[in-house]
Design a protein around this ligand. Structure first.
Ligand SMILES: *Cc1c(COP(=O)(O)O)cnc(C)c1O
Length: 375
């Protein structure tokens, strides 16, 4: 392939971080929405944030963020935590007695991507049921709630995830059906809403409408909302009071955390309002990828900021994958290797329409180059 050098300079991640912190990412990173740099407005707010010692409860910026977050998701109280994983694990640790059992989807983040934390921190047993797009079948949930028996663990919680890691959004009706089962047995529901505001945008509802289907909710400020660090756990006041103490046990009692909360506040107040752009860009990306020879993508299934697709590779699939990642990187676009034969491209604040179009154009060239390498 000739001419690549004219179209895009070789990617140099180190150089991209030099030359001033307000400079936009000068490469296109489609690996995740977690790669988002804080915005210039966030950097300024962080520098100017009034702070205190949050373990003493006197960091005003954290206190304001917690109040604003609780109100936004319609809960009594909220707690700032270092990460989404931390927030989910803290919810389990707070709701669930040791040795009890949690019902959740097999493909959810708590099962797949939290390194077995539920067994380590809360000391609980998970009871997954197959739910590839995050929809838990209410009858299947009901069937797994334990009756009292000397042999049985106690069922202590049901977890939902929305938006789901598969990029799909769970309807309010599907959430209601699970909530009804939980309520009929007196069980709380925790919602992993890492991308809660993406789900709300896709459903055309308020985040509070989704969160109302659960007792507690975790959402991330650090994904498509661009905050550098931080997630929120929200729920009833008594639950959050208990969680605050357990957060200390987990080492999550931060001191002048207002520096982080200041960025989180912009994430919550402003960045939640623009996610529709990312979704539109993901649909555009899916349509452009669909036109690339050998790409199988279901553009109709794109509901949030994620595009999943497969590429038909003649020759050695592993060699193709490696060559594709390298060929993209050479052209200034960072992607993750395929997982189970599937690629995931994620749009976000730093990938505007022009960059989506560039990424798709580059992808077509990179595929041809990778096919030649893998032959
Ligand atoms: C990213 C994510 C988390 C965890 O967030 P981290 O901040 O990466 O720990 C939890 N649940 C879901 C569904 C996620 O996508």
């Amino acid at each position: 392939m000739g001419g690549g050098a004219e179209r895009s300079a070789p990617l140099d991640l180190a150089a991209a971080t030099l030359g001033g912190y307000t400079r936009p990412m000068n490469y296109i990173d489609l690996r995740s929405d977690t790669v988002t740099w804080p915005t210039p407005a966030m950097r300024e707010a962080m520098a100017a944030a009034p702070v205190g010692d949050d373990v003493y409860g006197d960091d005003p910026t954290v206190n304001e963020l917690e109040a604003a977050a609780a109100s936004r998701v319609g809960k009594e109280a909220a707690l700032f935590v270092p990460s989404g994983t931390f927030g989910n694990q803290l919810a389990l640790f707070t709701w669930c007695p040791r040795g009890s059992e949690v019902i959740l989807g097999e493909q959810c983040h708590i099962i797949q991507h939290e390194a077995g934390g539920a067994a380590v921190i809360a000391g609980i047993q998970t009871r997954p049921l197959d739910a590839p797009s995050g929809v838990l079948e209410p009858a299947a949930v009901r069937a797994r709630i334990r009756e009292e028996d000397i042999h049985h663990p106690l069922t202590s919680l049901i977890c939902l995830e929305n938006a789901h890691s598969s990029g799909r959004v769970v309807s309010l009706a599907a959430m209601d059906a699970v909530r009804d089962v939980a309520q009929s047995r007196g069980l709380p529901v925790h919602l992993d809403g890492a991308r809660l505001f993406n789900a709300a945008t896709a459903l055309g509802v308020e985040a509070a409408d989704i969160a109302a289907r659960a007792d507690s909710v975790m959402f991330c400020l650090s994904k498509g909302l661009c905050a550098p660090v931080g997630s929120m756990l929200a729920g009833p006041r008594s639950f959050i009071d208990a969680a605050r103490k357990k957060r200390k046990i987990m080492g999550g009692g931060l001191r002048q955390a207002g520096v982080l909360a200041a960025a989180g506040r912009i994430a919550l107040d402003e960045m939640t309002r623009r996610l529709g752009e990312d979704h539109e860009n993901a649909r555009r990306l899916a349509r452009l990828l669909a036109a690339v020879p050998g790409v199988a993508v279901d553009a109709g299934s794109v509901e949030i900021n994620m595009v999943f697709f497969r590429v038909k590779a003649e020759g050695n699939a592993a060699a193709f994958d490696e060559a594709l990642v390298a060929a993209m990187r050479k052209r200034g676009v960072v992607i993750s290797p395929a997982f189970d034969g599937e690629y995931r491209f994620v749009t976000h604040y730093w990938v505007d329409r022009g960059r989506v179009e560039k990424a798709a154009a580059v992808f077509s060239e990179a595929c041809a180059e990778a096919r030649a390498a893998a032959r």
